[in-house]
Design a protein around this ligand. Structure first.
Ligand code: URP
Ligand code: ZN
Ligand code: ZN
Ligand code: ZN
Length: 483
């Protein structure tokens, strides 16, 4: 069975051109003029782009005494409706749990996925067993290990544990990821705010100022540099964090930064809403920031000092958020966005001239495919690549509303935002997975995508670190003491 996408304008990370795309089975077979296929998708007037890859989701995440309500079934349906064809979720071993054991649980959960998926492995505790199991995780096609520098007493790891794990990543050709906030300072600030009677959702933002994030990013960069490994910083929300990444990159370090679409568009004013539910629904870490920080993130995407836009999709219902009534530290942290990432970024980025269409493709798909070492299977429009494609109508409009979303939760942090630019068709490995409001991919259609270790950047960095490693100076004569 072949399909041809006819009459569209192909937009990739580096080119924009008119061409038809021939799909044979699950992959792209040819790109060019006047192609013929068994079935035809009319893309005249539309752009054809690589499907979005969201490298940061938490489906059914066990967190803060509950589980994220969104699971792989509804979450990936939401993804497809917004033009995203792959999600990378975080496998989180509980304290003392083996990595491979936790991975089995995540394979189970992800069995319902409608899009392709992968996992990052989180290092939530440290001892010999974790060290020994890391290569087994890599053998299973996982080349990224996540470290939480915050959530003290739960997911947080300390600097010595991080350094040990980062060195292990370097040996294995894997890459560490960090959630960068100084967890000790956050915990103290939380206690102080609560003691002062500051118990509402706005106190969440006060307890996690940008400086706390900036310090942790600087520390993680230093630790990665000493370990000789590239570093990926998730949910970069502020200038202090961006500045650290920018400076490290200018000094030749291999550091990547991932802003979220929420931080680009929503600001800290959300937490001052008089409606407790409204504010609590927006509680996530790091919190939303002011316009100065938003401008910094947009500039980073345009200049290349930040590479990826993700969502950190971690969706709790209003009822779950109410676990924190009277104590903001108990509001489950997390917001949704999987469905809205592409339309919102297009509307606020491409339509305003802050991003080119090609930059849009780069930051939603191609850059992360390269960073995760799955390019050009994913993130590309090239012969042989998986036919994960979106047909994008730049004139289509909608007003975002929870009542119409695929996501399972009862609200949307982008409620009321008008977007122009929407997918009309989403193809997942050659099959129409979403069209005109309907999810056609079934539960379980998604496949695990293996990501091999030893990406080009890892190899280049190890070569350089080996060349410049400390070396003992061999001396011929040793002076007698006291002479
Ligand atoms: O608040 C957030 N971001 N929740 C999800 C877990 C994390 O820190 O990424
Ligand atoms: Zn995080
Ligand atoms: Zn995270
Ligand atoms: Zn996250």
């Amino acid at each position: 069975m072949t399909t041809v996408i006819k009459g569209g304008t192909v937009v990739t990370a580096d080119l924009t051109y008119k061409a038809d795309i021939l799909i044979d089975g699950e992959t792209i077979a040819a790109i060019g003029p006047d192609l013929e296929g068994d079935t035809v998708i009319d893309a005249s007037g539309a752009y054809v782009m690589p499907g979005g890859i969201d490298p940061h989701t938490h489906m059914e995440m066990p967190f803060m005494g509950t589980y994220a309500a969104e699971d792989f079934d509804t979450g990936t349906a939401a993804a497809l409706s917004g033009g995203t064809t792959m999600a990378v979720d975080f496998c989180l071993p509980s304290p003392g749990q083996g990595l491979i054991d936790a991975l089995q649980q995540w394979y189970q959960k992800a069995g319902k996925a409608r899009t392709d998926y992968s996992f990052h492995m989180a290092i939530t505790w440290w001892d010999r067993q974790v060290f020994d199991e890391m290569p087994k995780v890599v053998e299973q096609g996982i080349n990224t290990f996540k470290h939480f520098m915050a959530y003290k007493g739960a997911l947080m790891v300390n600097d010595d544990e991080m350094f040990a794990s980062f060195q292990r990543c370097a040996e294995l050709g894997a890459m560490p990821l960090v959630h960068a906030e100084n967890g000790d300072v956050v915990a103290s600030l939380q206690q102080r705010l609560m003691a002062e009677g500051n118990n509402g959702p706005e106190a969440h933002a006060f307890s996690r100022p940008p400086e706390v994030e900036g310090e942790a990013v600087n520390r993680a960069i230093m630790i990665a540099d000493q370990a000789g490994v590239p570093l990926y910083v998730v949910h970069v929300s502020c200038e202090q964090a961006h500045e650290a990444i920018r400076r490290a990159r200018a000094n030749g370090m291999r550091v990547y930064g991932e802003p979220l679409v929420q931080h680009l568009v929503l600001d800290e004013g959300e937490y001052f809403n008089a409606d407790w539910d409204y504010a609590a629904r927006r509680v996530m870490s790091p919190p939303f920031r002011n316009k100065k920080h938003q401008d910094s993130l947009w500039a980073g995407l345009a200049s290349g000092s930040l590479q990826v836009v993700a969502t950190d999709h971690c969706a709790f219902t209003t009822e779950q958020k109410r676990m924190g009534l009277g104590d903001f530290t108990k509001i489950p942290n997390g917001t949704g966005g999987l469905e809205d990432r592409l339309p919102v970024l297009w509307t606020r980025g491409v339509a305003t001239g802050r991003l080119t269409m090609n930059e849009f493709v780069a930051v939603t798909s191609t850059n992360i495919a390269k960073i995760l070492n799955i390019y050009p299977k994913k993130g590309a429009i090239l012969p042989g690549a998986d036919a994960d494609l979106i047909v994008w109508d730049p004139t289509a409009t909608k007003t975002i509303a929870a009542s119409r979303q695929k996501s399972i939760i009862d609200y949307n942090v982008f409620e009321g935002v008008e977007v122009t630019g929407l997918p009309t068709i989403t193809l997942s490995r050659g099959r129409i997975a979403w069209q005109d409001g309907e999810v056609l991919a079934e539960r379980g259609d998604g496949r695990f995508v293996e990501r091999p270790a030893g990406a080009p950047v890892n190899r280049a960095l190890s070569t350089w670190k080996e060349l410049t490693a400390p070396r003992r100076v061999e001396r011929s004569g040793i002076p007698a003491s006291g002479v």
